[in-house]
Design a protein around this ligand. Structure first.
Ligand SMILES: Nc1ncnc2c1ncn2[C@@H]1O[C@H](COP(=O)(O)OP(=O)(O)OP(=O)(O)O)[C@@H](O)[C@H]1O
Ligand SMILES: [Mg+2]
Length: 372
């Protein structure tokens, strides 16, 4: 998986340009607020996902432009590809190999990247929402249809909640609620099952990466916390999970009517991260938390690689300077053979760079400084 070339116009603060990347390491050096993350974000956009900073499409367009256009030339699945994305008036249009897609999300699952940025510390430090989104985004890159299941689930959830807002206890309404619960359980069970399957592989990989990073001294555990039933047997079928969720919704119905919200389902689930049997969020040191995120990201990359048969492009936004020398070396060694982008404000991170390209970025203007 490689991005060979890229051109952009009107994207955030980036000045119109066409750049050619190294198939190995691309080091992007620039001071704060010059556009490093904007460039990483633009590359990430080719995966078909939303901005990893949660920015609305309309805000991706330069303040002084009417639209933005990014175009990338790629090599994957044994051939060259081209993806163009146009952001215009809050809408986005995607063209894949000269074919305009009805839905821009249709390109999800083609160009694959794994991004690691300081934002990801939230995986350990913040609330469950970030962990659920991480899990779902990772699965989406493997199974593009999962995106549809998630958005249908969210739609039904929203409808059930607004139905609860006007709910009164007539038998007709109770019957209608049964219909919503049935739909919600069906979609919810599909999501839970996919997450269980992903985690079976993921948690073992996280364990072994973390053990390597900590020099074999510490161990990490990742557990799925179910809101439907504390102890779901991980071998259950989608149908069995659906039945469990439906009956839990029946049990929590009274509370749901009172609070006018839905108290169980995949939107309430979480991941628990334990380092040496203690919750990483409350007891982990900064270094342990960072290592946990690193292990998460490496595991995500490895699964993607095994699944698609080719290594994803790795985007390391502003993370090198936060790592000590041991972890820096570990990271670069472990990533050998893959196309990597590293952004930094600190040129000393460059010392070990012997292959690839060096770019500088100043006020959105990208320049090639060195081609090794
Ligand atoms: N739609 C937009 N139009 C024009 N400029 C924008 C837009 N969105 C963001 N910017 C500007 O882009 C600039 C650079 O942002 P970016 O996050 O890429 O910086 P950075 O080089 O990663 O900095 P840091 O080292 O602090 O992370 C910011 O000054 C921001 O105001
Ligand atoms: Mg940045």
């Amino acid at each position: 998986m490689k991005i060979l070339k890229m051109s952009f116009k009107g994207y955030r603060n980036l000045k119109e340009n066409e750049i050619e990347f190294s198939p190995e390491i691309n080091f992007v050096f620039g001071k704060n607020a010059q556009g490093k993350t904007n460039l990483m974000e633009a590359i990430w956009m080719f995966t078909g996902a939303r901005s990893f900073r949660g920015t609305k499409d309309v805000d991706l367009v330069n303040f002084n432009c009417d639209f933005a256009k990014i175009d990338g030339k790629f090599f994957f699945e044994n051939r060259n590809h081209e993806i163009t994305i146009i952001f215009n008036g809050g809408k986005r249009k995607a063209i894949f190999d000269d074919v305009a897609k009805n839905y821009p999300t249709n390109i999800i699952g083609r160009f694959k990247t794994v991004l690691f940025s300081p934002v990801h510390l939230s995986l350990v430090k913040d609330g469950p929402d970030f962990r659920r989104r991480f899990l779902d985004a990772a699965i989406c890159q493997l199974k593009p249809t999962y995106t549809k299941t998630i958005s249908k689930y969210n739609q039904v959830l929203k409808q059930r909640n607004s139905f609860l807002k006007t709910f009164d206890n007539t038998s007709q309404n109770l019957q209608l609620l049964d219909v919503w619960d049935d739909k919600l359980s069906e979609l919810g069970a599909k999501i839970i099952k996919e997450r269980i399957e992903y985690l079976k592989v993921f948690k073992n990989k996280v364990f072994s990466f973390y053990s390597d990073i900590s020099g074999g001294k510490e161990k990490i555990e990742v557990k799925y916390i179910f809101s439907v039933n504390k102890n779901i047997n991980l071998g259950l079928s989608v149908d069995d999970i659906k039945k469990l969720m439906f009956s839990k919704l029946e049990k929590t119905r009274e509370t749901d009517i009172k609070t006018r919200s839905t108290s169980c389902g995949p939107h309430k689930d979480d991941l628990e991260i334990l380092i040496n049997e203690k919750t990483a969020k409350n007891f982990g040191s900064q270094g342990q938390q960072r290592s946990a995120v690193l292990a998460f990201k490496l595991a995500e990359a490895m699964i993607l690689e095994e699944f698609s048969g080719e290594p994803p492009v790795i985007l390391l936004d502003d993370v090198m300077s936060e790592l000590d020398d041991f972890r820096k070396k570990y990271l670069l060694k472990g990533l050998g053979g893959r196309q990597v982008f590293i952004t930094s404000c600190d040129k000393s991170d460059l010392k070990k760079l012997k292959i690839g390209k060096l770019f500088t970025i100043e006020n959105g203007e990208v320049n090639v400084k060195k081609d090794f």
